[in-house]
Write a protein that binds this ligand. Sequence first.
Ligand SMILES: Nc1ncnc2c1ncn2[C@@H]1O[C@H](COP(=O)(O)OP(=O)(O)OP(=O)(O)O)[C@@H](O)[C@H]1O
Ligand SMILES: [Mg+2]
Length: 252
Amino acid sequence: MDREAIIETHDLTKVYGSQVAVKELFLAVEEGEVFGFLGPNGSGKTTTLLMLLGLTEPTKGWARVAGFDPQREPIQVKRVVGYLPERIGFYEDMTGPENLRFIARLNGIPDSKSAPRIDAALESVGLGDERKKPVGAYSRGMRQRLGIAQILLREPKIAFLDEPTLGLDPEGTQRIIGFIESLNRDKKMTIIISSHDLRQVQKLADRVGIMLEGRMIAAGTMDELARERFGVGDRKISLDDLYMKYFQEIEL
Ligand SMILES: Nc1ncnc2c1ncn2[C@@H]1O[C@H](COP(=O)(O)OP(=O)(O)OP(=O)(O)O)[C@@H](O)[C@H]1O
Ligand SMILES: [Mg+2]
């Protein structure tokens, strides 16, 4: 590997009762990389992200995020990682800018410094005209945009985006994809993005990992996976084709 792994897991496993959510995951994500996390509903993507953030404890194995152990050093991990969860919680009676100011304060950014950044972040996600509305009156897509604004505001070293464009209109989706691209390109942010939109992932990700029933059944660049499954590396194969082929051929 040319670059250092900024995110690493070793034998990472999570069991809920009799349900194995994540099974013996060995993963390395390099600094500056966009890693696409794929797999059907219930395959363990969100659970993996929660363990990487220190929000849930592994049953077995360990993880390192930017040199920190999420289990023992969750605060340090949260400081370097921006997280867009599946279901974003905000203070419903506060407006978008108020929520962002609150988050900025929690992150030690003084109001004088955060004010222009909040303005810029809201403008860029297209919420500039919604400053007066309490978040309780936001539509789903507006909440999602505010979630992205929160990451733009903090500019963390790493971002975990759990289905960032779910429920967004086409214009919103394009916008968010554009942000993700520029955060990676201009700010060198390392990004793990989970999504069911394979075209989107194909466009954004340097490498992808495919989860199935808690196991990572494939990981690599598109070319590597194409070579593995189709025996060719240079022919243009879509991620849709690859993904379906993995599921047709995999033996559980
Ligand atoms: N808190 C929990 N308690 C019990 N089981 C859980 C819990 N969280 C997740 N699971 C189970 O773990 C498995 C993996 O769930 P997870 O949310 O990680 O999947 P996912 O890949 O993110 O799916 P989706 O694409 O639907 O978001 C599922 O079988 C789920 O029911
Ligand atoms: Mg999920």
